[in-house]
Design a protein around this ligand. Structure first.
Ligand SMILES: Nc1ncnc2c1ncn2[C@@H]1O[C@H](COP(=O)(O)OP(=O)(O)OP(=O)(O)O)[C@@H](O)[C@H]1O
Ligand SMILES: [Mg+2]
Length: 279
């Protein structure tokens, strides 16, 4: 484990290299171009949950909405993912401690909203994040990428850099809408940029046990994705909704809540899936 004491949230990584050298880093992108389906909530709680198991985790906020950054209680920073894209900062300047053992963050900034235009004619613009992550793979066991609700350049970069995908689906009538487009995009990225890209888990979120609709959506999704669908279902839970305003993952804000229990179960499933794929 890194021989370092946790420092206050928002402090940059100091000069020494305290990070664990792992042989097996997994880069997981949390994607769904549909807005408000639980991507950030899942990215933040998966990262925080993995970190509580003792694994070293880097969460990357690749969304100009900056929600994963604020969801961990990290204030606006001088250097962000945008500066890495622009090659105007080093990872050491950008990687931020979160005040939690084993959990680091590359924060976002609203400037990321301009990336599609800024990089429109840049060669190899789809592989920028992959290049950024290459040296970081040796320093973390997990790298989790939160993506924006679009299939723009940031999401394409995340799909290109990732080994695996987590796809949260909100249990509502339009859950499957847009999935064809997402699957087509994943397939194109597989063909041209990242042949090993795998869907790790589809995660049903905001499940309302009182409605038949949720049951119907669940059965449709399980029919479509089969065993890719996580056994764990994330319930609609008030504590999950409250936690970001306290700058905390729900597993920290209210560890006894149903939402926290569900996310910790999901973390277990992800680790087990990872272990089953090693070798
Ligand atoms: N299981 C849940 N129960 C209750 N509220 C939830 C749950 N999951 C997420 N929320 C809330 O729903 C809103 C949307 O969730 P979240 O931000 O994680 O979605 P997102 O997919 O990241 O959205 P965007 O597409 O805008 O990035 C947030 O306010 C979040 O706190
Ligand atoms: Mg989000």
């Amino acid at each position: 484990m890194p021989p370092m004491r946790p420092k206050p949230a928002g402090k940059p990584l100091s000069g020494e290299n305290p990070l664990h050298v792992s042989q097996h880093c997994r880069v997981l992108a949390v994607v769904n171009q549909k807005g408000g389906v639980g991507k950030t909530t899942t990215a933040v709680n998966l990262s925080a949950g993995l970190a509580t198991t003792g694994d070293t985790v880097l969460l990357i906020d690749a969304d100009p909405q900056v929600n994963a950054t604020s969801g961990l209680g990290v204030a606006e920073r001088e250097y962000t993912l945008f500066d890495l894209f622009q090659e105007e900062a080093t990872p050491e300047q950008v990687i931020t401690e979160t005040g939690r053992p084993n959990l680091w963050l590359i924060p976002a900034s609203i400037d990321l909203a301009g990336i599609d235009v800024l990089f429109a004619s840049r060669i190899a613009r789809e592989t920028i994040l992959k290049q950024i992550l290459q040296p970081l793979r040796e320093r973390f066991q997990w790298i989790i990428v939160d993506t924006p609700p679009s299939l723009g350049l940031l999401t394409i970069n995340a799909l290109t850099a990732a080994d695996g995908l987590i796809i949260p689906l909100q249990c509502e009538y339009y859950a499957l809408e847009g999935l064809t487009q997402l699957m087509r995009t994943i397939e194109l990225v597989r063909q041209h940029l990242n042949p090993n890209l795998t869907i790790w888990k589809v995660l049903l979120t905001m499940y309302d046990t009182r409605t038949r609709l949720a049951e119907q959506v669940e059965s449709e999704v399980r029919k479509f994705f089969g065993t890719k669908v996580a056994q764990t279902v994330i319930p609609r839970n008030v504590r999950i909704g409250e936690s970001p305003s306290f700058g905390q993952p729900v597993i920290e804000y209210d560890p006894r809540s149903r939402g926290a229990h569900a996310y910790l179960e999901f973390v277990k499933e992800v680790r087990e899936y990872g272990a089953s794929r090693s070798g």
